[in-house]
Design a protein around this ligand. Structure first.
Ligand code: HEC
Length: 218
């Protein structure tokens, strides 16, 4: 069963890589990835139809492709100006869920095995440099997104991550401007998982900050 899924993922990766070449665009792989090999994954709740992350023999995970075309969940912001000048993550946090996992969540209200969620950080745009780090734009004074500066991933997989509470493993491809690292190894549970377990509303995911997920949940 698991082997089967891995093989399917490899096939999908090849399709994805092909379409990247064809389109000569780094983001186009996601469409092939997201739709599944029979085009029906989005409507299915079978865990074998969930598009899986790709792992290497040493246990590291490969950076997902096409994630900016996944379902956008939200963009929390904890700016330095509101955190004594030292927010741990002063950037916008753009959060996306892989579409087949989103479809299963919509159908069942639960995150299926294989769920992938990414969080990509972007700087707060600085224009006319107000003391509070805000920006003056045509729509008004406020906080606007600048440049990409980091990528994190969480994957739910109770077979692969038996020792992680809830089966959720957490990864970072770098807290820096692209290009990001191509692979990442899971953080120890106390670095990431513990805070998610303690404070996230739904199965380690902070649905309290994501209206898109709350609306989807039956
Ligand atoms: C102190 C608590 C805390 C710790 C520690 C923490 N997170 Fe989170 N994480 C959050 C909160 C709160 C959110 C909700 C969105 C936001 O504010 O960015 C979140 C959201 C996420 C998301 C989006 C999915 C979700 O669950 O909402 C990912 C991916 C993520 N974190 C990865 C990590 C990684 C990787 C680490 C370890 C390096 C980590 N987190 C450590 C609090 C934490």
């Amino acid at each position: 069963m698991i082997k089967n899924t891995l093989y399917r993922f490899r096939n999908l990766s090849i399709i994805a890589a092909g379409s990247v070449l064809l389109a000569a665009c780094g983001q186009s792989g996601g469409e092939a990835n997201a739709s599944g090999d029979d085009g029906a994954a989005a409507a299915s709740t079978e865990s074998s139809d969930i598009v899986r992350a790709s792992f290497n023999d040493d246990g590291s995970v490969n950076i997902p492709t096409g994630y900016r075309q996944w379902v956008f969940m939200g963009a929390p912001l904890t700016p330095n100006a509101l955190n004594g000048g030292e927010a741990p993550f002063p950037e916008f946090h753009n959060v996306y869920i892989e579409p087949s996992a989103f479809a299963a969540f919509e159908a069942t209200g639960e995150f299926p095995e294989g769920t992938q969620i990414v969080k990509e950080l972007t700087t707060v745009r600085s224009n006319n440099n107000a003391d509070n780090g805000s920006s003056q734009e045509v729509s008004g004074v406020g906080y606007f997104q600048g440049e990409f500066v980091g990528l994190e991933l969480t994957v739910k997989d109770n077979d692969r991550f038996k020792d992680e509470p809830g089966g959720w493993a957490y990864f970072s491809f770098g807290h820096k401007a692209p290009p990001y690292e191509k692979t990442a190894t899971a953080f120890p549970a106390e670095s990431c998982n513990a805070c998610h377990e303690a404070s996230a509303e739904t199965d380690f995911v902070f649905t309290q900050f994501y209206p898109v997920l709350r609306a989807a949940k039956k």
